[in-house]
Design a protein around this ligand. Structure first.
Ligand code: HPA
Ligand code: ZN
Length: 324
């Protein structure tokens, strides 16, 4: 099974590139940039990754990215991940990035864009891997700030495959970002949003109704609202599910308790993704394997997930045909 899952061409639709920062690279970038870390060793970093909820992870995630300062750093971060993913049979990666998390540290958007763009071109050239870029807004910061980022990204609008919404979900409903998502819609930029990870099913409805998103990131809490489940099925809304993330952030207690089998039984369109692979115990292959171990699914189920990801990816029809 492991061999089959590795060889299966996989498209990843839900990845935070800052969450792919492995402790080894964190240390080497800290040294290169003269940034001090509150850890003595790589082992100490890994030991600190014992999360109780989303916020406890976000605290370390924002701290970890303090080592990212130059375009070269962002390039190295992304290229490191693309190489690992490619070795696991990932053929397409859609990466969220968090401009506000860098702006607050004095790192301007052009620095981030230059580094990520360079890595994307190299991934295409050297790995034959296609990539897409999702500019995410931090939902626990003011909507006005998100709008300012949207406008300041004008030179890059054409490079954005979508905008997204992430960070602390509870108490920060999609409704807060109606205007910025409407602006993206006017500009012809597709929209996705994290919803129903820690937040209630009502946030999934809001993301669909108010933000006009084409995919829901996570969405696992939809099962608490059966009418919503029917709607998601009827409308063919794709959920980008991140099983290992859900276990590590205690959305579920153990893999065996993950609602993926119920979501599948409900006829929903599902994809498997790694979210923040450096923090949650593994990349795409580890997520696929964890599901195989926990649920004993047949190859056909994994082929279905991989196929759905290719259908829902932000790629042109030529590339889609190539991947199918
Ligand atoms: N959820 C919300 N925001 C995030 C996550 C996540 O899993 N990872 C990085 N930002
Ligand atoms: Zn996420």
């Amino acid at each position: 099974m492991r061999d089959f899952l590795k060889r299966l061409p996989k498209a990843e639709l839900h990845l935070h590139i800052e969450g792919s920062l492995e402790p080894e690279l964190m240390f080497s970038l800290a040294e290169r940039n003269g940034v001090s870390l509150p850890y003595a060793s790589v082992e100490e970093v890994r030991a600190a990754y014992d999360f109780s909820d989303l916020q406890s992870f976000l605290d370390l995630y924002y701290q970890g990215m303090s080592v990212l300062r130059t375009a070269e750093d962002f390039h190295d971060l992304a290229m490191d991940y693309f190489r690992r993913a490619s070795a696991e049979g990932v053929v397409h990666v859609e990466m969220h990035f968090d401009p506000q998390a860098h702006l607050v540290r004095g790192i301007e958007l052009p620095v981030v864009m230059e580094g990520l763009s360079l890595a994307r071109r190299r991934a295409q050239r050297e790995l034959g891997m296609s990539t897409a870029l999702i500019m995410a807004f931090l939902r626990d910061r003011p909507a006005e700030e998100a709008m300012a980022v949207m406008e300041s990204a004008a030179p890059y609008w054409e490079m954005l495959d979508a905008v997204g919404l992430d960070s602390a979900e509870q108490g920060n409903p999609p409704a807060k970002f109606v205007e910025v998502f409407e602006r993206a819609r006017q500009l012809g930029i597709p929209r996705v949003a994290h919803a129903g990870e820690e937040g209630p099913p009502a946030y999934i409805r809001e993301a669909l109704d108010l933000l006009d998103v084409c995919r829901i990131d996570h969405g696992v809490r939809c099962l608490e609202d059966l009418e919503l489940v029917s709607r998601l099925r009827d409308e063919g809304v794709v959920l980008t599910v991140c099983p290992l993330s859900n276990v590590r952030l205690r959305v579920v207690e153990r893999m065996a308790d993950h609602p993926l089998p119920q979501l599948l039984d409900a006829g929903l369109r599902l994809t498997l993704n790694s979210d923040d692979p450096a923090y949650f115990g593994g990349g795409m292959l580890a997520n696929f394997e964890a599901c195989a171990d926990a649920f004993g699914w047949s190859k056909e189920i994994f082929i279905q997930f991989a196929g759905t990801a290719i259908e829902a990816a932000f790629i042109g029809e030529t590339r889609r045909l190539e991947l199918h």
